[in-house]
Structure formats: structure tokens, C-alpha cells
Design a protein around this ligand. Structure first.
Ligand code: FCA
Length: 326
């Protein structure tokens, strides 16, 4: 009896140490297209938290273009990583990502921007976590409409800048959702001004919005939408440059990371009225955990997860952050 117990205990110990070893040996990459953007820094921060909690190794790499992205994937493989989470610099690189992962026998999950194949179809073999662009966009539009009404503006005197980056499907969905919400509330299509940005950063949005404002000086008031906080901040800064300040501008972004936080905590209100906060925590932490569970054979990740957002303004910031767990 005693011998049996000792043998069983030894087996347990062996199994436990093997498990610990297996968990220790897991290494994943977290690749993002714009490492300088606060949103992606938050995702990395939460991925690091997951690595600490669950005991796996994490390698963070910025991949601003296709060449750097492929080099990063091959580099991860050389470091014996078994998989990676990615927000690619261009969703059309989907097939290249799929191939590079397969070649290196790595698992891959996409985050934020869903990867597509040559014909623009989402790549089904790559699980994805993102937002419902259209639904989140609608929240932006509805937030703006409520504020237009609160300020008793005449809709006919309001111009809407859509800072556009239509080559990225989620960006198009977000801004179209916002504009559809404005239209549903009686906004006329002729008052919507498209301002295509060359890149998804504040500077490009500023330049795009500046042109739109110059060409459309007829409006008394302005609202602005875009794919993220940076896009809307660009429009807000461009408007300020033309003397359009907080009392005649309502910009609502998407994200809620540091860029929005800084703006909403300036002593005086700006044209950046708010942001639909989305969950960097889920996108960073949960994607990493899902990938690790996939690698260790614990669970296959869901094919697609769409996370939710909440409108955050100066008035309810603390409450929204609390509810989003951030
Ligand atoms: C895209 C945008 C980012 C962020 C993310 C959730 O990747 O470029 O700014 O909004 O979706």
C-alpha cells in the first residue's frame, strides 16, 4: 500500500513538472502595425500581464510594413515561438501571414484588423478578435446626435467630417456606421464631407480635415468621426486652427486609450467631446491567452469574437473605465 502511494506521488510530481515545463516553454509573439499608438501600447501591456499571470514568454514586435512583418515572423520562428497574435500593417497581407505561419509551424490569431485573402474574403483559418466596426461606429454617431440635440443646433447648419481610411474594412465600417446614425437622425447626406487620410495617424487626419474645412467654410458648426481617436483628434486640431473651438465642434473618437484620456483631462474642454472606449484589455490579454491555450492543446479559439464599446465623455470617464475594467 505504502509503495503504491509513493509511486503515485512520484508520478504526480513527474506530471506536475512536465506541465510546468510545457507552460514555461510556451513563447508567443505579439505583432502590431503601429507600435507608437497608445492603443497598441495598451494591448501590449495587457499581453504582458497575461504572460506574467499564465507564465509564458512574450515577444513584442512593431511591424510597420509587409517586409518587416515577414522578417518578424521568421525571426519568431528562429526563437522557437509557437505562435503569434497580429494586427498586420495591411489586411491584404492575410495570405502571406497564413503562409508564413504554416511554413514555420506556428499558430496565428489576428486582432483588431481582420486579415483577408486576395479576393478580400476574411481568412477563416485565422481566428480573429476585433470590434463590430459598424456597431461601434453607430455608437459614435448616436453620441454625436445626442450632443447636437443637447446644444440645440440646427442640423442644416452642421457639417460632418468623415476622416476616411476606406482601404481598411473596419475603418470604413466604423465611419459608415457613424454617418448612418447621423442620417437616421435627419442629417442630410450633402453635409457629410469625406476627408481621406493617407495614414491612420493624427498628422494625416489633420491634413485631410484641413482640406475639407477649407473647402466647406459654409457651415456654422462641425462634427467629426474617424476610425480611431487619432483621426478625430486630427480633425479637432485642424478645426481649432481655423477658430472652430469646443462650442462649435463635436468630435467623437474610438479607442479610449491615452490619446483620448489626455484630451478629456485637459483643464478646458476641446472639440474632442468623447470616445467610444473599446477593450484593449480583452484584445491584448484574451487573444494571448487564447493563443497559448491553442498551442498547449487546451482549447481552440473561437473563430471570431466581437468586443463591445461604451461612449466615454468628460462627464462619465471614471465610470466607463471602471465598467470596462481598465
Ligand atoms: C485598428 C485601428 C486602431 C484601433 C484598432 C482597434 O487597428 O487602426 O487605431 O482602433 O483598430
Amino acid at each position: 500500500m505504502k509503495r503504491h502511494l509513493i509511486a503515485a506521488a512520484a508520478l504526480c510530481l513527474l506530471a506536475a513538472s512536465q506541465l510546468a515545463q510545457a507552460a514555461d516553454a510556451v513563447k508567443i509573439g505579439f505583432l502590431v502595425k503601429q507600435a507608437e499608438e497608445p492603443w497598441f501600447q495598451d494591448e501590449w501591456r495587457y499581453a504582458e500581464q497575461a504572460a506574467k499571470d499564465k507564465g509564458f514568454a512574450l515577444v513584442k514586435i512593431g511591424v510597420p510594413n509587409g517586409e518587416k512583418m515577414i522578417a518578424a515572423i521568421d525571426n519568431l520562428a528562429a526563437q522557437k515561438a509557437q505562435g503569434f497574435v497580429i494586427c498586420a500593417p495591411d489586411v491584404k497581407l492575410g495570405t502571406a501571414v497564413e503562409r508564413a505561419a504554416r511554413r514555420n509551424n506556428m499558430k496565428v490569431i489576428s486582432v483588431d484588423d481582420r486579415l483577408v485573402d486576395g479576393s478580400g474574403k476574411p481568412i477563416a483559418s485565422i481566428p480573429h478578435m476585433g470590434i463590430s466596426g459598424y456597431a461601434i461606429g453607430k455608437q459614435v454617431g448616436e453620441g454625436i446626435v445626442a450632443e447636437i440635440k443637447a446644444r440645440k443646433w440646427n442640423m442644416a447648419e452642421v457639417g460632418a467630417i468623415r476622416v476616411a481610411y476606406d482601404q481598411l474594412p473596419t475603418a470604413k465600417e466604423r465611419t459608415m456606421g457613424a454617418i448612418d446614425a447621423l442620417k437616421a437622425a435627419g442629417f442630410v447626406a450633402a453635409n457629410v464631407i469625406d476627408a481621406p487620410q493617407a495614414k491612420t495617424d493624427t498628422e494625416s487626419a489633420f491634413n485631410a480635415a484641413n482640406i475639407a474645412l477649407t473647402k466647406n467654410a459654409r457651415f456654422k458648426y462641425w462634427v467629426a468621426v474617424g476610425l480611431n481617436d487619432e483621426a478625430v483628434l486630427g480633425a479637432v486640431r485642424a478645426a481649432e486652427g481655423r477658430g472652430i473651438k469646443a462650442d462649435s465642434m463635436i468630435g467623437v473618437g474610438i479607442g479610449g486609450a491615452k490619446a483620448a484620456e489626455n484630451e478629456l483631462n485637459k483643464p478646458a474642454a476641446t472639440g474632442f467631446f468623447g470616445s467610444v472606449m473599446i477593450s484593449a484589455k480583452e484584445h491584448g490579454y484574451q487573444t494571448s491567452v487564447n493563443l497559448v491555450n491553442w498551442i498547449t492543446g487546451k482549447a481552440v479559439p473561437p473563430a471570431e469574437v466581437q468586443t463591445k464599446g461604451m461612449l466615454m465623455t468628460r462627464a462619465n470617464q471614471a465610470e466607463v473605465r471602471k465598467q470596462m475594467g481598465q
